[in-house]
Design a protein around this ligand. Structure first.
Ligand code: ASP
Length: 444
C-alpha cells in the first residue's frame, strides 16, 4: 500500500522547510509518490518562485533585462543545492530555460519551471526518481485536464518504477499531443497530487501545507475558528470553490471518484491529526451539521426582467445560449416568475463583454430591463449534516439581520448541502463573522 503526498510552496520555501519535508517522507516508507510545488514565500514580503518565473517571461516579452530575475532564481535554488550538499547544475538548467524562452517558450512553460527544478532537486535529496509531469498529465485543446488519459499515463510512468519512489512536479502537464506545457490554475499542485493518488490507487493522499487543516472559516476573518477534524469531498469542494484557500477546488475530483481518503496536514506541525476528507466524514457529530462557511467578493448578477416572463418558453435558454456563446460561466441562478438572475464571477467577464451580453439579452429576450448588479460577495454555508435540520436558514438570516446586513441573493439546492447568500462586498467580513457565530461557533 502506498501513500501519495504533496508539499505546497511554504513547505519547500527554504532549507529548513525542505528538511522538514524530507523527514516526513522518510518517516514512513509507504510515502512513495511525492508531488512538489515550487518554493513559496519565506516571509510575507518575499515572492513565490512561480511569480518570479512569470515576471521573467513578462520582462523577456517586453524586451526588458531579465538578469536580476534570473539571478534571484539562481540564488534560491543554488542555496538549496548547496545546503543539501548535492551536485546539481542550477546554472545549466537556467541556461536551458533561457534558450527556450528566447525561442518563444510560453508563459505556462516558464511558470512550470519552478516546480520542475524543485522536483529534480527534491528527487536527488530523497534518492527518488524524477518523473516529469509533462509525460503524465494531459490537457485537452480547451485547456481542461483530460482526467482519464492523465490517470493512465501517470499510472504507466509510476508503475514501471517498481519499488522505487518518485518525485513529480506539480501544477503542470502537457497539451494533448504531449508537446507544449500547460498549467492548472494557481495552486494546481494539489490537483497533480490527487491525480497521482488516483493513478496509483494510493491508500491515502496527504496534502502537506502550513496550517493544521481545514478551518470552519477563514482565520483572517474569524478569530480562532474551529478546525475540522473531518469533512466530505463534497463539502471541501464547495468550501474551496467558494474561497477556502487550503486546497484547490479541483483537487477533490480524482480522489472522490476513487474514494481515496485525503488528509490535510501541517509540515510545521506533523503530529497534528489534520483534517481527514472522505466520502462520509463525521458529519453527524457536528453540533449543527455545518462543516464551514466560506465566500468571496467579486461577483456580479445579470438580472433580466419582463412582465409575464413565466408565460413564455425559452427565455432561460436564450440567456444561457448568449453566455455559452461568450464562454461565460454562471455559478447560481436564483429568480422569480418574471425575473431571472445569473450570478457570474466578475473575473470571467470584462466590462466590454458585460455590456455586449446585457445588450444581446435585452434584444433577444425582448426584456423590459436587463442589468448587471455588481459588487456582490457570495457566501456559502456548507455541511452535509444540514439536511433535514429545521431552522438552519432561519439562523443564517437572523444572524445577518441582527448584524444589519441586507441579503441581495439567496439560494439553496434540494440536496441541502449548502445555503448560499449574496451580500454587498462591503458587508462580506461582517457577514462571515455573524454566520460563523450563529451557526458554527461552540455555545459557551
Ligand atoms: N506554484 C504554483 C502556484 O504558485 C502552483 C502550486 O503551488 O500549487 O500557484
Amino acid at each position: 500500500m502506498t501513500i501519495a503526498l504533496k508539499f505546497g510552496g511554504s513547505s519547500l520555501a527554504d532549507i529548513s522547510q525542505i528538511q522538514k519535508a524530507v523527514e516526513i517522507v522518510r518517516g514512513n516508507p509507504e510515502r512513495k509518490y511525492v508531488v512538489v510545488s515550487a518554493p513559496g514565500k519565506r516571509s510575507p514580503a518575499d515572492m513565490k518562485m512561480t511569480d518570479i518565473f512569470y515576471h521573467w517571461h513578462e520582462a523577456e516579452s517586453a524586451g526588458r533585462s531579465c538578469r536580476a530575475l534570473r539571478k534571484r532564481i539562481f540564488r534560491r535554488y543554488a542555496d538549496i543545492v548547496r545546503g543539501f550538499g548535492l551536485y546539481f547544475d542550477v546554472g545549466r538548467e537556467l541556461n536551458e530555460v533561457e534558450e527556450a524562452l528566447k525561442a518563444g517558450a510560453s508563459r505556462d512553460f516558464m511558470a512550470s519551471r519552478g516546480e520542475y527544478l524543485m522536483a529534480k532537486i527534491f528527487a536527488l535529496i530523497l534518492d527518488y526518481e524524477f518523473v516529469d509531469a509533462a509525460h503524465c498529465i494531459r490537457f485537452d485543446k480547451d485547456g481542461k485536464c483530460n482526467w482519464n488519459l492523465s490517470f493512465d499515463l501517470t499510472y504507466k510512468a509510476l508503475i514501471d518504477l517498481g519499488d522505487q519512489g518518485a518525485v513529480i512536479p506539480g501544477f503542470y502537464g502537457a497539451d494533448i499531443n504531449g508537446k507544449d506545457i500547460v498549467t492548472f490554475s494557481r495552486g494546481g499542485s494539489d490537483v497533480t497530487g490527487a491525480i497521482v493518488a488516483r493513478a496509483v490507487m494510493a491508500k491515502l493522499y496527504e496534502n502537506w501545507t502550513d496550517v493544521d487543516g481545514l478551518y470552519c472559516a477563514d482565520p483572517t476573518v474569524v478569530k480562532n475558528p474551529l478546525l475540522l477534524a473531518s469533512a466530505t469531498y463534497a463539502e471541501v469542494r464547495e468550501l474551496s470553490y467558494m474561497g477556502a484557500k487550503v486546497v484547490h477546488p479541483m483537487a477533490m475530483y480524482p480522489v472522490a471518484r476513487a474514494g481515496i481518503p485525503t488528509r490535510i496536514c501541517n509540515t510545521n506541525n506533523p503530529k497534528s491529526p489534520g483534517t481527514l476528507i472522505t466520502s462520509g466524514g463525521d458529519v453527524q457529530s457536528r453540533s449543527r451539521g455545518v462543516a464551514g462557511v466560506a465566500g468571496r467578493a467579486g461577483f456580479a448578477a445579470v438580472r433580466v426582467e419582463r412582465a409575464l416572463m413565466n408565460e413564455e418558453l425559452g427565455d432561460a435558454h436564450t440567456v444561457l445560449g448568449i453566455l455559452l456563446k461568450h464562454r461565460v460561466r454562471f455559478d447560481h441562478s436564483p429568480g422569480g416568475i418574471d425575473t431571472m438572475s445569473y450570478v457570474i464571477d466578475q473575473h470571467d467577464m470584462s466590462d466590454t463583454l458585460a455590456k455586449t451580453i446585457v445588450d444581446e439579452i435585452r434584444e433577444q429576450c425582448m426584456a423590459d430591463d436587463v442589468r448587471l448588479d455588481r459588487g456582490i460577495a457570495m457566501i456559502a454555508i456548507v455541511g452535509e449534516g444540514m439536511v433535514n435540520r429545521i431552522g438552519m436558514s432561519r439562523d443564517v438570516y437572523a444572524a445577518l439581520a441582527a448584524a444589519g446586513i441586507n441579503v441581495r441573493i439567496q439560494n439553496q439546492g434540494s440536496s441541502e448541502l449548502n445555503i448560499l447568500v449574496g451580500v454587498n462586498e462591503t458587508d462580506y467580513e461582517r457577514a462571515i463573522q455573524a454566520i460563523y457565530n450563529a451557526c458554527i461557533a461552540p455555545v459557551v
